[in-house]
Design a binder for this molecule. Sequence first.
Ligand code: ZN
Ligand code: ZN
Length: 233
Amino acid sequence: MTESNAIVVYDPDLPIHMKDGMVLIESTLNNFKTCKLCKNTACKFFQICENGCISCENCEDFFDSTRRGNKCKQCKGVTLDKPLYNKAFSEIAEKVSDISVELNHGLQQIKNHGYVTEGMANGETAPNWVPISRDQAMKEAMIFLKNDPTLQSINLPKKKKNGAPSKEDFENEEDWNKEMEKYEEKKIERSENAKERKRKLENYDILVEELEECKKKIARLESVCDSNPIKFH
Ligand SMILES: [Zn+2]
Ligand SMILES: [Zn+2]
């Protein structure tokens, strides 16, 4: 029996678990779809001898004429009077071809996009063991951390807000009122501080002005001294 010796290469980026199965499918496909006799790819196959050797629609001669009659080219056995269409073989060859196409398509999808379970396709979350994209994983991690009960028990200091405390943030009105009082006090304190700052700045401006006046006076006095030098005897 002639074995197909086509080398089946399995893409190394595909899941390793599928390698043996895919190599087997490809070699089976080669065996079924390639005619043993003429080596062409075919769709219709025929039985040609008593031993069951197969030819295809492309084959022209499948026997050798000898003095003792026709002999099968493949097994040298007795040939049939005429090739018989082998329906089962032809159909299986077609099916193996379909299976190979489907599996290869599926594997390419996995390679390019990861894989999706039926649940995921229906909008459910991915099971633990399904690889998901980095972005999706980050998103899910953020959601998880936000809702993690062990983290929620840690009271993070409330972010300091400049606005008035919102009533919704408090369990009862009393607490909220206390917080409002504190907020009003802080507000007054802040405005006092702002006034003080403004006052200091104004004071500084006045001092700068006075300094400039003094500098001018000194310059004037110096020029008077230069034009009327004091003479020493
Ligand atoms: Zn053939
Ligand atoms: Zn034969």
